[in-house]
Ligand binder design. Structure first.
Ligand SMILES: Nc1ncnc2c1ncn2[C@@H]1O[C@H](COP(=O)(O)OP(=O)(O)OP(=O)(O)O)[C@@H](O)[C@H]1O
Length: 604
């Protein structure tokens, strides 16, 4: 969808109030023009010249109604009264009639945009996150949302009303002397036309700059994420130099392509504006000297035309600001239009209300093949039956497709060929929310959310009883270290809380998975260098779970594999061996070779 259409669409719920407040703002700008007009008429009165009929009639009417003699002082009083009305009385009312609503609309749309953003973050496919780093994504979101917030009040509350004001000025000039209005309209159109053309060019450069700065931001965020590697290789200087080069390049770009463009535009605009004002001054003076217009009209003309040209400055400034913001807003809207993945659970009540599933845990990978990209099959003709409560270990060298098989089971991706059956039902026909709630996975890197330990443990099942939490913590041996924290389950962990060791995180991951009482439990065994004691504790925790439900282990160590009912050996996306530990050793194949590496402690 076109960016402009999309931008307007975000305000569609506020169409009526937006239109009303924009028109009101415009009307107040027109009212403001009464001041130079009435001032001109005061000068006419002071110089004993007649005032315009419309005002003379008003003064007469008021004199009749109030029974006050209609003399020069009374006329001056009426004219002053008008100025007081449109300035002093209007001032405290205007912000409540216009600014309040402009900001109300802007802030409400911001809230909706942020809600849409969260929705998008939750529904984007995993492949999106593989491609873009978090720094790039958050930078795009925050810049886009904030820029759009400021843009609405500026356009609705300033830019459009200012155009209406200029239109009003044009009408006043036209009424006084049509020839001046021709000069006015020609110069105005020329200035605006040229500005828009120049801004279009600058806009293209702004878009390129936005891409550059997104790269720089993403690089900075990558540095933060990978800071341990940077420090351990002592490459700080190299990283600093790389970033310096990027920033220098960016500055050159901004200075010589963008900033120079703006300054050139301003130079041209200012010269043209001042020349036009001067031309109008000379012409008005000539017609006044020749007696074609009154002194009051001369004053009004000069004041309003200066006002109109003065408006060009904020108008073009606003257009410039908008140009600066345009690219970040359009990139944000592009983000909002990134197609959602099929791997996300539907975020509607309908899905949540679906009947809960209960599986025995019988899984059939039926002639399954999968490719992330065309022509590169990662899994080929996988045929595997897992019985209820069976423990299956998947082994194979790195890149053989172990994690991919699990990603398909979790429905992060769709098989290219074949299907996965859970208790005989094709998983793609099942409700995503209910289906995933029956599976639990313990990842290699257990993610910890900001909050208490209890919040983290009950992440997948908030309604669980405290007894059940304690039971899960006992099995996974979380209770052993929780007791060491003074606040126990209520200890704050995560960003600003207690730091947890790798082993502790793993055990929390296991407890978190057990708490949802899953029918299928998946372990992606941590390869991280857990110390011997932690590793042993995790193995003990896992051992006490095996057999209680279908368990799949992506195995990197031999010790757990030994206990599995079935070991699957994957090689280049194909199952090359199946059997238990003893059978596979006898087979003298890949597993046997991997087993002989046992001393090194690693399988992959
Ligand atoms: N998101 C992705 N996009 C494209 N290719 C991918 C993606 N994820 C994995 N691959 C590729 O798929 C193949 C299988 O990867 P997978 O992660 O399943 O292997 P693995 O056996 O789990 O490896 P490891 O033991 O190192 O984790 C690899 O060649 C990998 O490069």
């Amino acid at each position: 969808m076109n960016f402009w259409q999309d931008l307007l669409k975000s305000y569609r719920n506020y169409r009526k109030i937006a239109l009303l407040t924009i028109l009101l703002s415009g009307a107040l700008e027109i009212l403001d023009l009464m001041v130079p007009y009435v001032t001109g008429q005061i000068i006419n009165l002071l110089s004993y010249q007649p005032i315009d009929n419309i005002l003379a009639n008003l003064v007469n009417f008021l004199a009749n109604v109030t029974n006050i003699p209609n003399n020069r002082v009374f006329s001056l009083g009426v004219l002053l009264g008008i100025i007081c009305l449109v300035t002093v009385v209007r001032s405290p009312i205007q912000p409540w009639l216009t600014d309040w609503f402009h900001w109300e609309i802007a802030l409400k749309v911001r809230r909706e945009q942020l809600k849409n953003t969260v929705r998008k973050i939750l529904t984007l496919p995993l492949s999106f996150y593989d491609e873009y780093n978090p720094g790039r994504i958050t930078n795009r979101i925050s810049k886009g949302v904030e820029n759009q917030l400021w843009t609405y009040p500026e356009i609705a509350g300033q830019l459009i009303p200012k155009f209406i004001r200029v239109l009003g000025i044009f009408v006043i000039i036209l009424l006084i002397d049509w020839k001046i209005s021709v000069i006015f309209i020609i110069s105005f159109t020329l200035i605006l036309g040229f500005s828009i053309r120049s801004l279009n060019k600058i806009l293209e450069n702004e878009e390129l700059l936005e891409k550059h700065s997104e790269n720089t931001q993403s690089f900075s965020s990558e540095l933060i994420t990978n800071i341990k590697t940077v420090k351990s290789f002592a490459t700080e200087r190299r990283e600093l130099e790389r970033q310096d080069r990027r920033l220098d390049r960016e500055l050159k770009y901004v200075l010589f392509r963008i900033h120079k463009g703006y300054v050139k535009l301003e130079t041209w605009q200012k010269t043209f504006i001042q020349s036009s004002v001067f031309l109008i001054l000379v012409y008005s003076l000539v017609v006044t000297v020749h007696g074609h217009i009154s002194l009051g009209h001369f004053i009004t003309l000069i004041t309003v035309s200066s006002m109109a040209y003065a408006e060009l400055d904020p108008i073009t400034q606003l257009a410039e600001v908008f140009a600066r913001r345009y690219s970040s807003m359009s990139r944000f809207h592009e983000f909002l239009h990134t197609p959602s993945g099929k791997d996300a659970a539907i975020l509607t009540q309908e899905s949540i209300n679906h009947e809960p599933y209960q599986f025995t845990g019988k899984i059939h990978f039926d002639n399954l093949s999968f490719a992330y990209h065309e022509n590169h099959c990662v899994l080929k003709d996988i045929e595997l039956l897992i019985h209820p409560h069976e423990t299956v270990a998947i082994v194979g060298k790195s890149g053989s497709g172990k994690s991919t098989l699990i990603k398909l089971l979790l429905r992060y991706f769709q098989p290219t060929q074949g299907k996965i059956l859970m208790d005989g039902q094709d998983i793609k026909t099942l409700d995503m929310v209910q289906y995933r709630q029956r599976l639990a996975m313990v990842h290699q890197e257990v993610e910890i959310f900001n909050g208490t330990l209890l919040d983290n443990l009950t992440y997948g099942n908030r309604s669980v009883s405290f007894d059940a939490v304690e039971k899960a913590c006992k099995i996974s041996r979380v209770d052993e270290f929780i007791a060491q924290f003074p606040q126990g389950y209520y200890t704050i962990v995560g960003e600003r809380g207690v730091r947890l060791s790798g082993g502790q995180r793993q055990r929390i991951g296991i407890a978190r998975a057990l708490i949802v009482e899953p029918d299928v439990l998946i372990f992606d065994e941590a390869t991280s260098s857990l110390d011997y004691e932690s590793e042993r504790l995790i193995q003990l925790a896992m051992s006490s779970i095996l057999g209680t439900r279908t368990t799949i282990i992506i195995a990197h160590r031999l010790s757990t594999v030994r206990e599995a009912d079935k070991i699957i050996v994957l090689d280049e996306g194909k199952i090359v061996e199946i059997g238990n530990h003893e059978q596979l050793l006898e087979h003298q194949g890949i597993y046997h070779r991997l087993h002989s590496l046992q001393e090194t402690g690693e399988l992959s």
